[in-house]
Design a protein around this ligand. Structure first.
Ligand SMILES: Cc1cc2nc3c(=O)[nH]c(=O)nc-3n(C[C@H](O)[C@H](O)[C@H](O)COP(=O)(O)O)c2cc1C
Length: 229
């Protein structure tokens, strides 16, 4: 079977992290469809390490209220695991700053305006207004390879969403208050919260939607070996 390569490329390249959503609901069968399609992701020995909590309606409202209240009360964020390096260094620190400044400037937050930056960051905890919130967990006794499998599953959800005109934002922020997430979702101690994801219809009128993230040229990350060494 041949698949239109342009359509595949479009689904991948039109995926952006969306940080403002319309309240338009996404029917549960669509969410389930996306998860079913995404679960076609490969995994070592087909062990399928993903577990997903889908938050909708009142459950979503209660969850985002609890997370937002904690953030606004200044509760220290205690990430479930080190998603980011402990020590930032070049070239990663520059890339991180670039996206941070780009996002804050679109959100109207000036350099040095900590309260404004916090306000923008705090929007994470309401899934940026999305009608669907997803929380992903993995069993603690699985190996590092399963995290690789997990990334493929997450990317599949985001790309499949594009095929339905939907947008997403993967969110490490959703594991910043593990105690709240654990208690609201009744998680046992033998799982790790991987991340969250907002899913819905992008609010195209919102300025942060214009954030254009660039990518390095291939020459900066690809080495082609062709000659005999
Ligand atoms: C696992 C993961 C976690 C992320 N966590 C957050 C987050 O908590 N909040 C946020 O606004 N963006 C988050 N992002 C989005 C990244 O900032 C974004 O992917 C990157 O800047 C590239 O932009 P793009 O996704 O629009 O191409 C996350 C991305 C990934 C893959």
């Amino acid at each position: 079977m041949t698949i239109d390569p342009a359509a595949v490329d479009r689904a991948i390249t039109t995926r952006h992290s969306t940080r403002a959503f319309l309240p338009t609901p996404v029917p549960l069968p669509i969410v389930e469809h996306l998860l079913r399609v995404a679960s076609r992701a490969p995994s070592g020995s087909n062990i399928q390490p993903w577990r997903v909590h889908v938050l909708l309606g009142e459950a979503l409202a209660g969850f985002t209220r609890a997370m937002t209240t904690a953030f606004e009360a200044g509760m220290p964020e205690m990430p479930e695991y080190d998603y980011y390096p402990r020590e930032w260094r070049s070239p990663y620190i520059e890339r991180r700053r670039k996206i941070g400044w780009g996002l804050y400037s679109l959100a109207g937050v000036q350099k040095g305006d900590r309260a404004g930056a916090n306000r923008q960051r705090g929007r994470n905890y309401s899934f940026f207004g999305a009608p669907v919130g997803l929380i992903f967990t993995i069993d603690n006794d699985l190996g590092r390879g399963s995290w690789l499998d997990y990334g493929m599953f997450l990317q599949n959800i985001m790309v499949a969403a594009r095929g339905h005109g939907l947008d997403t934002c993967p969110q490490a922020a959703m594991m910043n208050y593990p105690a709240i997430v654990r208690s609201r979702l009744c998680l046992s101690d033998d799982v790790t919260i991987v991340c969250g994801m907002a899913l819905g219809h992008a609010d195209l009128s919102e300025p942060t939607g214009a954030l254009d993230t660039d990518r390095e040229d291939l020459s900066n990350f690809v080495t082609v070996h062709r000659d005999r060494t």
